[in-house]
Design a protein around this ligand. Structure first.
Ligand code: NAP
Length: 256
């Protein structure tokens, strides 16, 4: 199926590793111009050269000024923006008991702030292109995880913003949707697993609970859904939360 993404300029935040990297590669494979923004120049250097249509910008998106600067630079280079994948995030473990009011607010801002900043500064360009926005959430905001209040609150806010923006942006024909992963094999996930005494045993425990095929979701499986939502193949889909998680979040209680 042709997704009609050829030469579309799509921004992927946190696109140098994990889920974002798979999205950036899938976009480049479709002939889109994938514009990767990531914190680490080192991670960006590890990207395969096959993504010839990828363009890389280094920035820490926790600052609104950095987001504005990047949007200005992208517009100067390409002239238009057709989509944004707000993907960068960090499950930073700022809990209720092990946390502080200051750390909570910082985590909330670090995880949800740049979703707002990026769309806010890119809005004139998105209005012109009738662009598509995809926000990457997390099942933790639906199920809870424990010990990570800041991240979970931010991911909950991101789902609310998906609904809110889809309404505000109706007049401009800008569609806004969220993809919600649960357990995806990425560097962030590996770091989380390594926090357990026996990471391999923890991985087996988690995998056993995933209804479909008893395995983690592959980053490419998240990317495929994101590309569909960016494309005009989903032209009448907006304000939706799509769980790409092997049934982990919603099938858990329906099967024995
Ligand atoms: P990852 O492996 O850590 O990759 C994320 C990339 O984003 C990293 O290169 C990271 O850089 C970068 N990044 C983070 N914060 C940034 C910032 N402020 N500015 C610029 N770059 C930044 O993470 P992932 O597992 O692919 O996760 C991607 C998204 O999926 C996140 O929003 C996450 O919450 C969500 N998610 C993942 C899972 C999962 O199981 N993996 C489950 C649910 C939701 P550094 O490495 O240098 O920090």
């Amino acid at each position: 199926m042709d997704l009609h993404l050829k030469n579309k300029v799509i921004i992927v935040t946190g696109g140098a590793r994990g889920i974002g990297k798979s999205i950036a590669k899938a976009l480049a494979d479709e002939g889109a111009i994938s514009v990767v923004i990531d914190k680490s120049a080192e991670s960006i250097k590890t990207l395969p050269d096959s993504t010839q249509k990828s363009h890389f910008f280094t920035a820490d998106l926790t600052s609104a000024e950095a987001c504005k600067k990047i949007i200005d630079e992208i517009l100067e280079e390409f002239g238009h923006i057709d989509g944004i994948v707000n993907n960068a995030g960090n499950n930073d473990g700022i809990g209720l008991e092990k946390g502080s009011p200051e750390a909570f607010i910082k985590s909330l801002t670090n995880n949800a702030g740049h979703f707002y900043y990026m769309v806010h500064y890119a809005l004139p360009a998105l209005k012109a292109s009738h662009g598509s926005i995809v926000n990457i959430g997390s099942k933790t905001s639906i199920t809870g995880q424990g010990g990570t209040s800041g991240y979970v609150a931010a991911k909950g806010a991101i789902l609310a913003l998906t609904r809110e923006w889809s309404v505000e942006l109706l007049p401009y024909r800008i569609r806004v949707n969220a993809v919600i992963p649960a357990e995806v094999a990425t560097p962030l996930y590996e770091a989380w697993l390594n926090g357990f005494a026996d990471p391999q045993e923890k991985l087996k425990q988690v995998s056993r609970k995933i209804p479909l095929e008893k395995r983690l979701t592959k980053p490419e499986e998240i990317a495929d859904t994101v590309l569909f939502l960016l494309s005009d193949r989903s032209s009448h889909t907006t304000g939706q939360w799509l769980f790409v998680d092997g049934g982990y979040t919603h099938l858990d209680r329906s099967i024995s």
